[in-house]
Design a protein around this ligand. Structure first.
Ligand SMILES: [Zn+2]
Length: 274
């Protein structure tokens, strides 16, 4: 599932492909994508719109249009945008957008959990409220703010990191990597972390997300950039997807447990017990 670094890489690719372009055709083929709105109606409304900018909020992409509306797109599990010179039929193709420079934007989605919503740009802030918390790389996410959100929480810190209202954009990969970096056991109740460990985890989250963006994301399953290129973050994992391999810090084999229904990787050697 794409997390902040993957979605940010997609955003940059979409910005290059779409900024200043007019949408001249829109064929949305899957009603699940726009539900409850009718896909044909959304496609019709997009015609003639010019893309001003492509933004990101947590794991959401925001395609800002010149008519005062924004197309909000979430890739969920397997959504993928591909910018191409010639449109071709392919498996799991859910939407095809024609642009005024003669190029095409394809959207495919094997598992079909991705969503697209057309909102008034003025309504975006209200849409984020209750869905997405602070943006970790914006400078608006502070150690004090993070501590406040963890205060009194008994859920495992791993589960809390996955809660988009606590910090936006972190998913399974970057949560495991950040916890390893901060030497915090994934099952530690969030409220039990003192100021030093919260500060360490805050900085580790920022560091692993920045590293992920620099590597253009992690391609462990279907994820690719808008240009079709895979990311390389998977080559830099310290614990994620490395069960049984030696910890890069202490050599102890990495173990995998389940936390909040998600496979969770940590080092039992150099991670302080919860
Ligand atoms: Zn270790």
């Amino acid at each position: 599932m794409p997390e902040l670094p993957e979605v940010e890489t997609v955003r940059r690719g979409l910005e290059r492909a779409l900024a200043g372009r007019e949408i001249v055709s829109a064929d949305i083929r899957d009603g699940r994508l726009t539900a409850p709105a009718d896909p044909a109606a959304i496609g019709h409304e997009l015609l003639g719109a010019v893309v001003l900018e492509v933004g990101r909020r947590g794991k959401y992409l925001t395609i800002g249009l010149d008519d005062g509306r924004t197309l909000v797109s979430h890739l969920r599990m397997t959504g993928w945008y591909h910018h191409v010179a010639t449109p071709e039929e392919r498996a799991h193709l859910r939407a095809v957008f024609g642009l005024d420079d003669g190029t095409w934007l394809l959207y495919s989605d094997q598992r079909r959990f991705g969503t697209m919503r057309l909102l008034r740009s003025d309504d975006l802030e209200a849409y984020w409220r209750g869905r997405v918390g602070p943006e970790p790389l914006s400078g608006g996410w502070t150690v004090a703010g993070f501590r406040e959100k963890l205060r009194g929480r008994t859920a495992p810190i791993k589960a809390l990191l996955l809660d988009q209202r606590i910090v936006a954009g972190v998913g399974n990969i970057y949560a495991d990597e950040a916890l390893w970096e901060a030497r915090i056991h994934p099952l530690t109740p969030g409220g039990r972390l003192g100021p030093a460990r919260v500060a360490r985890l805050h900085d580790a989250v920022v560091a692993v997300l920045e590293r992920g963006i620099e590597a253009q994301g992690a391609s462990i399953d279907t994820y690719r950039g808008v240009d079709g290129q895979p990311g390389s973050m998977q080559e830099r994992f310290n614990v994620f997807d490395r069960t049984g391999e030696p910890c890069p810090r202490c050599g102890t084999p990495i173990v995998k447990v389940r936390v909040a229904q998600r496979g969770t990787h940590y080092c039992p050697g150099c991670t302080r017990p919860r």
